[in-house]
Design a protein around this ligand. Structure first.
Ligand code: PMP
Length: 372
């Protein structure tokens, strides 16, 4: 079985597993306790914040550990929101954890603007420039789209936000970019940045929110005041330490080249395959979205599952009909029906992707034959 749904989740790496075990069985103390063993864990936790900041390329700012990117995204947007007549700006391609929150804010009576996507899958930068005002409080736009792999130009977005919306906080969902693309958070100049451990070989249920200035964030839960009072609750130390170890174990520059080669090789196998369309320009090498004409993507996924595991777009909304990201790019519901997301990992080989492409092509042809 060849696993090509790495954008949904990844297996744990050995460095993460070792750290998880160490901080579960030996160094298991509660970092909020006052005896020396616990104080040592608290110190290691603070070191882990600094280590993660280094991985993000951030000299300023703080790290708030969370239960994953869904929480980080909610904390960034709700925690950064303010009473009064402020405007909130989102892209039309955000992950459900931002998109559904944007709709909830709208229902609560807040002014919410959705920035459309261009046909290429990137946000419409001109539209963004036009809607930004001095009343904009939050701009939340993802780095790499989890459905198409399309990369938004965060530097360009941050320049627009600083120029046209001086009171705004720029939040970036960086889940599919962290440890995959090379970037530097200080240079990108963002206020808030979300990451999720299980997308880069760390455990599930752990993530982080980077915040440039933590004074801008309100807490959403009340409790013992952990994580600077912004996110109370005993820290999941084993998962946090595992996440940081997993991040440090990845050389994103080296992986990038290898994965780009794998993706190109994989896609070249579909050059002669009628009825298959590749979605998105300027996409991450880690994700590719393919539209198969005349078959249902769900049927294709199920027909493949004993041999090749692929996704449908977003694991979190895979069961829902249609797909808001592909719709925002202008694809018809009929086209979206045949959507398959293939997402790669650096551990894959050229042989793996060639074999997977051949199986996918054969399975597609067989399904088409059956439907005749
Ligand atoms: N944002 C993006 C872009 C994602 O791909 C995901 C995971 N599907 C999330 C947020 C949610 O992350 P988590 O599973 O850690 O809640």
């Amino acid at each position: 079985m060849i696993y090509l749904d790495n954008a949904a989740t990844t297996p744990l790496c050995k460095q993460a597993l070792q750290e998880y075990e160490k901080f579960s069985c030996e160094n298991f103390f509660n970092p909020s306790a006052t005896y020396i063993q616990a104080v040592k864990v608290a110190m290691l936790l603070d070191e882990a914040r600094a280590r993660l900041k280094k991985c993000l390329g951030a000299k300023k700012g703080d790290i708030i550990f969370t239960s994953g990117a869904t929480e980080s995204n909610n904390l960034a947007v709700r925690g950064g929101a303010r009473e009064g007549k402020w405007q909130y700006v989102f892209s039309s391609g955000e992950h459900a954890s931002v998109n559904n929150l944007a709709h909830a804010l709208q229902k609560e009576g807040k002014e919410v603007v959705f920035v459309p996507l261009q046909k290429s899958g990137e946000i419409d930068y001109d539209f963004l420039q036009k809607v930004l005002t001095v009343k904009t409080r939050i701009v939340s736009i993802m780095f790499v789209n989890n459905v198409t792999g399309v990369i938004n130009d965060i530097s360009r977005i941050s320049k627009l936000v600083r120029r046209y919306a001086p009171s705004a906080l720029l939040h970036v969902d960086g889940v599919q970019a962290f440890k995959k693309l090379k970037f530097n958070l200080d240079e990108l100049d963002v206020d808030l940045f979300s990451i999720s451990g299980h997308k880069f070989h760390a455990p599930k249920g752990v993530g982080a929110l980077y915040v440039k200035n933590k004074a801008v964030l309100k807490n959403l839960v009340f409790g013992g005041g952990q994580e600077y009072g912004i996110r109370s609750g005993t820290e999941n130390v084993p998962a946090i330490m595992a996440m940081v170890a997993a991040a440090e174990a990845i050389d994103e520059e080296k992986n990038f080249e290898h994965v780009q080669k794998l993706k190109n090789l994989f896609l070249s196998q579909f050059d002669d395959c009628a009825g298959v369309k590749i979605v998105g320009e300027n996409a991450s090498p880690y994700i590719t979205m393919l539209l198969f004409d005349g078959v249902n993507g769900e049927t294709l996924t199920r027909a493949l599952e004993d041999y090749v595991i692929v996704g449908r777009g977003s694991a979190c909304s895979a069961k829902k009909a249609g797909n808001h990201v592909l719709e925002a790019m202008g694809f018809t519901l009929n086209q979206i029906k045949g959507a398959i997301r293939v997402s790669f990992d650096a551990s894959l080989t050229e042989k793996d992707v060639l074999q997977a492409a051949s199986i996918i092509k054969d399975t597609y042809q067989n399904l088409l034959e059956k439907l005749k």
